[in-house]
Design a protein around this ligand. Sequence first.
Ligand SMILES: [Zn+2]
Length: 265
Amino acid sequence: MSDLSYNVGMDSDSSDESGGDRSRLKQTFTGWFENSRSTIFFGGAGVSVASGIPDFRSNHGIYAADESAETMLSIDYMLREPARFWPFYRRIFMAPNNGPNAVHIALAQMEQAGSLSAVITQNIDGLHQQAGSRKVLELHGTGQSFSCLACLALYTFAEVLRMAEVPRCPACGGRLRPDIVLYGEGLDENVVDESLRLIRYADLILVAGTSLVVYPAAGFLSAKRADAKLVIMNRQSTAYDRTADLCLAGDLVETFAWLGLSANG
Ligand SMILES: [Zn+2]
């Protein structure tokens, strides 16, 4: 764990003497943020939990007893078992959600104000774009569009929502797929290269809502410059906490508000 480590959720329980520590941490962060020429946000499933989207990796209850996420969200399974893949996919990734939360909105406002260079996300829910973020690198693709495996026609989320449970291409009858990166598939090299370029250039990297165990997150952080600051905001500790300059545990929406990054908590 880093020297600078703080649980935002404990704020109200803290004694008076830690009040100085709290304001010192905030001051330190604000200094990094204001002096950074390039700040990058790297986010995972924890960013969308407040939007009502469960973290499918940690939510074991959603899988059939004998199947893992790695199996059910693999390219093989989608091709071999479409009648089982699609109901599962729809339940996990096409259920209604609450839209962008305070963190998505704050990030979009930071970009607009010129204080955030890019969002790199492991999420496929499109909520950063919905909040107004423009530079969004989607490492695992997008669940907002679907392609026909036969004729490559593209369909929107809303269109596929209205199709049969196991959807077929209205144009050619071919099978469809979500434009996400499934297990067993490689990442888009352009997205990876651009993400690495941004991380190498960044003065400040905010990592949030990810345990950093999912490929390629781990390798990404080793691309950061030695003098760049790394801030990790996650409910649980991560393998990278000891390399971080600041670790903030607790609720992400609260953490953003506490740091002064979002207007409301
Ligand atoms: Zn087609």
